[in-house]
Design a protein around this ligand. Sequence first.
Ligand code: GUN
Length: 305
Amino acid sequence: MAQVLDGKAHAECMVAEVQAAVAARTAAGRRPPCLAVILVGEDPASQVYVRGKVKACAQTGIRSLEFRPSAELPQAELEALVDRLNEDPEVDGILVQLPLPGHLDAKAALHRISPAKDVDGFHPVNQGLLLEGLPALRPCTPSACMHMLAAHGVELKGRHAVMLGRSEIVGKPMALMLLEQHATVTIAHSRTRDLPAVCAQADLLVAAVGRPGLVEGSWIKPGAVVVDVGINRVEDPVLARRIFQADPAKLKAVEERGWVLCGDVRFAEAMAVASAVTPVPGGVGPLTIAGLMKNTLQACESQVG
Ligand code: GUN
């Protein structure tokens, strides 16, 4: 059986480090970092994520400001809010929760955030710095995954890492970070021919496609390390019977409670083949929030010292 990579425990260590650094700042008479979170509309998953982010701020001593405009917010008003937060010297980090309602231009809103306050690391300036391998605010999920892999002593140099997914939030930045650590990187995606065979070459497989249980045990090279970034809610009993053949507990949850959370990887199948696997929930999810706390502290230190 593979080792379960406990993202939750690792995230707790990262959060404790931020908490200590914030306490040291305030003990020295400096103000705590401050994160502004903008959630437009009432997307239920986004509400859960934002609640987690605000809770982590409280835990670390970071001040948080929540803005929850209605789903009808015009683009100009969203951008005016970002402008106001950019100019506010008391605000160190700005996060616009995605996805935005369909009428809003997410890219335009994200590009409006000052790069120094871009705690998601989505601004082109920060993406460009990452591409060049220079210090920057880097996307929270991939940087926290890299932190966890390093803490577990996962060797990347010269190994074949397959990044399944090419999103701006995870796939592309993760591929760059793996490359920076001297891995041989393949970016695979929905149009890749013979995806199972490509994934089966991976010493490290990172899945971030948002397709529940896509990755089967047979797609995984024996002894590989598997990082599952997907967080999917499965309600369909037909789908559940197909993807949870080796996972009676998850199947039972769907049948009795009506839903279950699962990743892009069939966890029970992966556990029988891989050397280490991140679970869902309790794997990468908590790491993302820990990464955000780290970035908020970094944004504060680089702007106000
Ligand atoms: N929605 C899903 N993931 C993310 C993220 O990392 N940042 C933001 N702002 N929104 C998201």
